[in-house]
Write a protein that binds this ligand. Structure first.
Ligand code: SAH
Length: 464
């Protein structure tokens, strides 16, 4: 195949990033926006030795899994990779992705563990399944070609902003907040941040809503020490129903990381609260909080089930955020220890234990791969019955896995948002004497290629 060559193919597979995969005379082509089952015409835009990339020119025969996307920006926006695929087929895609990683990266036999059917979102009457689930949005601000202030989402793999007034994954009320910020910026001549020149002030606007409480938190991420006329903006935002917390976060670094470390409180409370499974949680702008509240409850329920507690166990919850899983576990365990690296989240975790009158939990601030080994060194012989981990995408450091194996808990519950690093880490744990028992995917991120997984491992030397 040569660059610019036009080809015809049937898409027979999907990449992990959601691109269609077709073959022409044995040569593999990745085609963005093409769906498994489509017969398409495309043009080669990049060729490598073993495979190439094609651009979708025309759908000659649509896939039976193809559906009309809800969002007009579904194709250019990098947020949703699977919006043109039926929800049922998305679930299949994710199930296959998790199983594929466990087999290819983890080296597990397909029949060696119990692969449970993915827990999808329930349909809501009058709504397309799998939309409007997110409780959080982080909207980049910038300027359009005509010089207007715009906001939206980044296009796939770039930082050019696709103007999106309403994201169909999130709460429609976000628009009112964003329009309030935009008109304030226009009125007071406050510039959005420009990545190329590193000039301008407003980088992102973060909005988070408590699903059960309706409380709204707004945080403007700024490239400066303060937001001029910030009080004026805060007053306007506080008029919006449910508005509970308005703040700025200072981020003056050249970085893709959205939040900086310094906060400026502008109005209302410093945190919002939300509820999951009968517990109340305070959440600061800097704290991690799962984005899909409906599915989170199912995920935590599974983690708790896998932990199989009787009321006496010592349990560690590593990467505990604001202590969500820790408090779920504490209700059924003897003692729970949580470890989290973000100070604002640890503060929330301690507040949340008090708020829910849970006393058998203690939180440590620090990196899990440092806190746990140090604790184990200074408490020789002290055992853990269950260890729960829920690391970010890059997974666990090997030093942490090594300590976990040395501590030899009866069960390890591994919660993951990246099945590739999950598979790598499970391979290590299983080489250290554990057996992978159950794998439960949960669809936390409909319309995207993301999938959450909770796994149960048991210690081969102490099966109870
Ligand atoms: N279990 C929590 C949080 C999971 S997200 C929940 O369900 O809400 C992962 C968390 O790990 C984040 O809060 C992040 O701040 C934290 N984290 C990232 N790297 C870490 C590390 N090396 N040690 C401890 N915590 C870490």
């Amino acid at each position: 195949m040569k660059k610019n060559q036009v080809f015809e193919t049937v898409i027979e597979d999907m990449s992990e990033q959601g691109e269609g995969i077709g073959r022409v005379n044995g040569y593999t082509l990745f085609v963005k926006d093409a769906l498994i089952g489509d017969r398409i015409e495309g043009r080669v835009i990049k060729e490598k030795k073993a495979y190439g990339y094609g651009k979708l020119l025309r759908i000659l025969e649509p896939s039976p899994f193809r559906v009309e996307p809800l969002c007009p920006a579904a194709l250019p926006c990098g947020g949703c990779q699977l919006q043109t695929m039926s929800y049922e087929r998305q679930l299949q895609f994710k199930q296959d992705k998790v199983e594929g990683h466990l087999v290819r990266i983890g080296g597990f036999e397909r029949s060696g563990f119990s692969m449970e059917p993915i827990i999808g979102m329930e349909p809501v009457p009058g709504q397309r399944r799998g939309f409007r689930y997110r409780n959080k949005g982080q909207f980049p601000f910038g300027r359009g070609k005509d010089g207007r202030i715009i906001y939206g989402f980044y296009a796939g793999r770039t930082h050019s902003i696709i103007e999106t007034e309403d994201c169909f994954l999130g709460d429609a009320a976000a628009r009112l907040v964003l329009e309030t910020v935009r008109s304030f910026m226009e009125e007071y001549k406050i510039d959005p941040y420009d990545e190329a020149s590193r000039q301008g002030l407003v980088r992102h606007v973060l909005i988070r809503t408590g699903y059960h409480t309706g409380q709204i938190l707004v945080c403007l991420v700024i490239n400066g020490r303060e937001l001029p006329h910030g009080r004026r903006l805060a007053e306007r935002l506080m008029e919006i129903g449910g508005m509970t917390s308005v703040s700025c976060n200072v981020n003056r670094q050249r970085t893709n990381v959205i939040l900086g470390s310094q906060m400026i409180h502008l109005a209302g409370e410093e945190c919002i609260t939300d509820r999951i499974g009968g517990l109340t949680y305070r959440i600061s702008p800097q704290s991690f909080y799962q984005v899909n509240p409906v599915q989170t409850e199912k995920l935590y329920g599974k983690a708790l089930e896998f932990a199989c507690l009787t009321g006496r166990e010592t349990v560690w919850d590593l990467y505990c955020g604001i202590g969500t899983i820790s408090l779920f576990l504490a209700r059924e365990a003897g003692q729970v220890y949580g470890v989290e690296v973000v100070p604002a989240a640890v503060k929330n975790a301690r507040e949340n234990a008090a708020l829910n009158h849970i006393a058998n939990v203690e939180f440590f601030e620090g990196r899990a791969e440092e806190v746990l080994p140090e604790w184990y060194e200074s408490h020789p012989g002290k055992a853990a019955d269950v260890i729960v981990v829920d690391p970010p995408r890059k997974g666990c450091e090997e030093g942490l896995l090594r300590t976990m194996v040395r501590m030899a808990p009866k069960r390890i519950v591994y919660v993951s948002c990246n099945s590739a690093t999950l598979a790598r880490d499970l391979k290590y744990l299983c080489a250290g004497g554990y057996r992978l028992e159950r794998v439960q995917p949960v669809d936390m991120f409909p319309m995207t290629v993301g999938v959450e997984v909770v796994c149960l491992l048991s210690n081969l030397n102490q099966i109870s």
